[in-house]
Design a protein around this ligand. Structure first.
Ligand SMILES: [Zn+2]
Length: 290
């Protein structure tokens, strides 16, 4: 059974149950990660996954609630490796290559860490005991800045991207659609306001994993409707695209409260005919079961 692991279903505002964005898809045993927000590496392990299992990571954009755990993920994945794993492939809008080099590179912000682990006998011993053969090699990742279009085609799935309208021109943002070789599909909106490019990308998808910051009326009143979706925006995009399941993520502190969720669900139901799923962190969803 293919699965969606919800690691981070929150926003930049931390709450007890939510903080930032991160997801892993398990497609016939292949693990594909989308975004790497706060504590994503630890939440991944809490979900029963392991960093070295992840060979693909896609960034929607480079706000910290979507990428702050990237240094941790890169270093942990490298540290836990025994030198035989696949090289990590990372895709994302502009800044993805720069960030990777600045973290991981020979003069990167964390190069002191991997240089110490390569050279100190203690770290070498731990590495050998884990099954590695010396010498340890420096970390490596294939990072690529991408623009809308086909991003990656593998045997079991392919990923295409299109523009998400968020905080341009300061940061580029992308939404992603993953289509399996069995013609099942799931879209990650990342952060976006309702827009045609994301609706088109989501056409007839089985799942739309869509951001939902708050109740739309509240957002319209307080002016927080720019560059992001609330209840109405998420519902309208899901309805316009004809998706089967709407998974609400990136839920802010208000809409995360149970009583507000009930109101939100009612409002969404008035616009969207499909199945509504309110996400929770460290939970997985069996896909294509509906
Ligand atoms: Zn954002």
């Amino acid at each position: 059974m293919d699965k969606l692991y919800i690691l981070g279903a929150g926003t930049p505002t931390p709450t007890e149950s939510r903080f930032g964005s991160a997801y892993v898809l398990d497609i016939d045993g292949e693990k594909v990660m989308f975004d790497c927000g706060p504590a994503a590496t630890h939440k991944l392990v809490k979900s029963g996954l392991w960093p070295t299992e992840i060979d693909y990571l896609f960034f929607t954009h480079h706000h910290f609630d979507h990428d702050i755990d990237y240094p941790c993920f890169l270093l942990c994945r490298w540290d836990q490796s025994i030198g035989k794993e696949n090289t990590l492939n990372v895709f994302g809008p502009k800044l993805t290559e720069k960030l990777t080099e600045e973290i991981y590179g020979n003069n990167g912000a964390f190069s002191h860490d991997w240089k110490a682990r390569i050279n100190h006998p203690l770290s070498q011993k731990v590495y050998e005991n884990r099954g590695g053969t010396l010498p340890r090699t420096p970390p490596k990742a294939n990072a690529r800045d991408i623009t809308p279009g086909t991003v990656k085609v593998s045997k079991k799935w392919e990923v295409v991207s299109d523009v998400a309208e968020h905080v341009q021109p300061y940061l580029d943002s992308l939404a992603y659609r993953l289509e399996t070789s069995e013609n099942k599909s799931i879209v990650f909106t990342g952060d976006t306001q309702p827009c045609k490019s994301v609706v088109d990308l989501s056409k007839n998808a089985d799942y739309l994993v869509c951001m939902c910051w708050d109740d739309q009326e509240a957002m319209n009143e307080n002016g927080e409707f720019y560059g992001q979706c609330g209840t109405e925006g998420a519902a309208q995009m899901a309805q316009d695209a004809g998706v089967k399941n709407l998974v609400l993520v990136h839920m802010g502190p208000n809409i995360s409260q149970e009583k507000n969720k009930i109101v939100a669900e009612d409002k969404i139901r008035k616009i969207y005919n499909g199945n509504i799923i309110f996400s929770d962190e460290i939970k997985s969803i069996d896909l294509w079961s509906k």
